[in-house]
Design a binder for this molecule. Structure first.
Ligand code: 13P
Length: 251
């Protein structure tokens, strides 16, 4: 059985004090949660203070990016051991905003995934098509290609550590959610691709989230779909009440 994973991607929001205040508002609203993993991914500059605020809460800490070398002359980059030392457990990789604005390629994303795994960080790997690709009818082949590139050279045991986030780019921050059926259909294609790369048991163990305008009022419906194992939440994760309601979608 896959344990659903709900992660908040805070993107480039929240100063350290604001991030701590958000955690302090969130934790009591989450109460006790069972049978799911909850992750928050603040910006790098708030990781240390959020790590403290999350101590003993069961909420895991995630980062939004990492470089693929363990150390060296790479001005401005952050290495996997640096995240590990702050108590980071998950790292979002290959988000469409990084692909679009910072030129991240499938090859680079694959390198980052391998580096993260090597240092005990669990990657949340983002894939998803543009509106043009959806309209051209190439969503499934495009996303399948992104998944194959991301998992290239990764052994089955390591692959099980990964979480995939299917985030159609046209649904990010636009208020346009993919319908739960559309999301489920592409996620099923991703699982099939994983089955071809590995085997049925491995594919069945890998969690695949949906992301893109997830809100408290559409989460329950998304989660009713058999292939959807949680959500990667942007805007709605910046509000304690709405993120808590997303986590507690089945209350
Ligand atoms: P929104 O939830 O704001 O659409 O963002 C989704 C996202 O990009 C999460 O990584």
């Amino acid at each position: 059985m896959r344990v659903p994973i709900v992660a908040g991607n805070w993107k480039m929001h929240k100063l350290p004090d604001e991030a701590v205040a958000l955690c302090q508002a969130l934790i009591p609203r989450l109460g006790e949660f069972h049978n799911r993993e909850v992750v928050v991914c603040p910006p790098f500059t708030a990781l240390a203070s959020v790590a403290k605020a999350l101590e003993g809460t069961g909420v895991a800490l995630g980062a939004q990016n990492v470089f693929h070398e363990p150390s060296g002359a790479y001005t401005g980059e952050i290495a996997p051991p640096m995240l590990k030392a702050l108590g980071v457990k998950y790292v979002i990789l290959g988000h469409s905003e990084r692909r679009q604005y910072f030129g991240e390629t499938d090859e680079l994303v694959n390198k980052k995934i391998k580096a993260a795994l090597e240092h005990g960080l669990k990657p949340i790997v983002c894939v998803g098509e543009t509106l043009e690709q959806r309209e051209a009818g190439i969503t499934e082949s495009f996303v399948k290609g992104q998944v194959e590139a991301a998992f290239s050279g990764i052994l089955a045991d390591d692959a099980k550590q990964l979480v995939v986030a299917y985030e159609p780019i046209w649904a990010i921050g636009t208020g346009k959610t993919a319908t739960s059926q559309q999301a489920n259909q592409v996620i099923a294609v991703i699982r099939k691709a994983l089955e071809s790369l590995y085997d049925g048991a491995t594919a069945a163990a890998i969690r695949i989230q949906y992301g893109g305008s997830v809100k408290a009022d559409n989460m329950a419906e998304l989660m009713q779909q058999p292939e959807i194992d949680g959500a990667l939440v942007g805007g709605a994760s910046l509000d304690a009440e709405s993120f808590a309601r997303i986590v507690r979608y089945d209350d």
